[in-house]
Write a protein that binds this ligand. Structure first.
Ligand code: A2P
Length: 337
């Protein structure tokens, strides 16, 4: 079985990774439709020896498609997902538009694959930091029962899209050439800085990104009482997010079992050998499938407490890869057409 596949937001930072991973993972597509805004319409995108003309997204863009991965932001998803749904095209949505909708499954294939099969036309991909954090925490949750998460994120600029990646490069160049540093995407200079602000603030001082970790973790893990405190921070890293987590569990932690739980979980690696200076870092976990866990140690500050550090490629596990894994899951279950 082969499918007619679309990518909405094909020219963006995530869209480009989707094109690459569909090929590298040999997803069975017979046709690929690359959709973006009118700004990109007519431009040519190539991969290997193939090329496609980018099309402007319109209501009838989805008519012939079996499945479309959306990565063009929340407002495009809100506008076009119901249209695609009407045409019988399954939407895998990278935006936050539908994640908390009770009719839309929010899926990490290694964690809650069955949820995907109950979809009604739209399946949501989790927030990038949430996906990577849960890849590290879920194996521990299964063994010890997760109760509380206290986290700080170290989020790469490519998570804000292609323009933000360019902004960091431009600022680094300007700094090394003694020129004035310009900023457009972030409210402050990101080169040689960290910005404790990702997404909009609410009236209580949380950012929406921080609340995503709370709400999406509860939904994915089906843990309505999970307590989460989080500070999301943008750092001058090109690619791959890291998350510092201290968590408390229902049951006492046994470190041998905790390490084994991480090692045995698919698409997670244990990199935890401080004596030999081994711990996960973004430069080692960019453009790779697995996420990594390290710096694991017990802590007495909360009951049954464990601190750890998780790193993963947010353009892959936090977006493009997770979306394609969902498509692969539907394909394996014969659930696309
Ligand atoms: P375009 O390149 O034509 O603007 P990023 O997250 O890297 O900023 O990428 C955003 C993606 O969303 C791009 O592919 C962009 O296309 C696409 N996009 C933005 N606005 C629209 C729109 N109005 N209709 C369709 N695609 C859009």
């Amino acid at each position: 079985m082969t499918y007619k596949v679309g990518i909405l937001g094909a020219t963006g930072a995530v869209g480009q990774e989707i094109i690459r991973l569909l090929h590298e993972r040999q997803f069975p597509f017979s046709e690929l439709k690359l959709l973006a805004s009118s700004r990109s319409a007519g431009k040519v995108q190539s991969y290997g020896d193939q090329s496609w003309t980018i099309e402007e997204t319109k209501e009838d863009s989805f008519k012939e498609l079996d499945i479309c991965i959306f990565s063009a932001g929340g407002s495009q998803s809100e506008m076009y997902a119901p249209v695609a749904q009407k045409h019988g095209c399954i939407v895998i949505d990278n935006s936050s538009a539908f994640r908390m909708d009770p009719n839309v499954p929010l899926v990490i294939p290694e964690i809650n694959p069955k949820a995907a099969l109950g979809h009604k036309g739209i399946i949501a991909n989790p927030n990038c930091s949430t996906a990577i954090t849960l890849m590290g925490l879920y194996p521990l949750h299964k063994m010890f029962g997760l109760k509380t998460v206290i986290a700080s994120t170290y989020q790469a600029v490519s998570g804000s899209g292609a323009e933000a990646l360019q902004e960091l490069k431009d600022q680094l160049n300007a700094w090394s050439n003694g020129q004035t540093i310009e900023k457009n995407v972030y409210p402050h200079q990101i080169a040689f800085n960290v910005i404790p602000h990702v997404d909009r603030f609410d009236s209580e001082g949380h950012t929406r990104e921080e609340l995503k970790l709370l709400n999406e973790s509860r939904k994915i893990l089906q843990l309505d009482d999970l307590a989460v405190a989080c500070t999301c921070v943008r750092v001058p890293v090109f690619r791959a997010h890291s998350i510092s987590v201290t968590a408390s569990f229902e049951n006492e932690i046994d470190m041998v079992s905790a390490r084994k739980a991480i090692q045995d979980f698919p698409n997670v690696e244990l990199v935890d050998d401080p004596d030999n200076l081994k711990y996960p870092m973004p430069i080692n976990y960019s453009e790779v499938v697995p996420c990594a866990v390290g710096r694991m140690r017990k802590t007495n500050v909360i009951k049954n407490g464990l601190s750890l550090w998780i790193t993963g490629d947010q353009l892959w596990k936090g977006a493009a890869l997770n979306a394609i894994q969902i498509a692969e899951l539907l394909h394996e279950e014969g659930a696309i057409r």
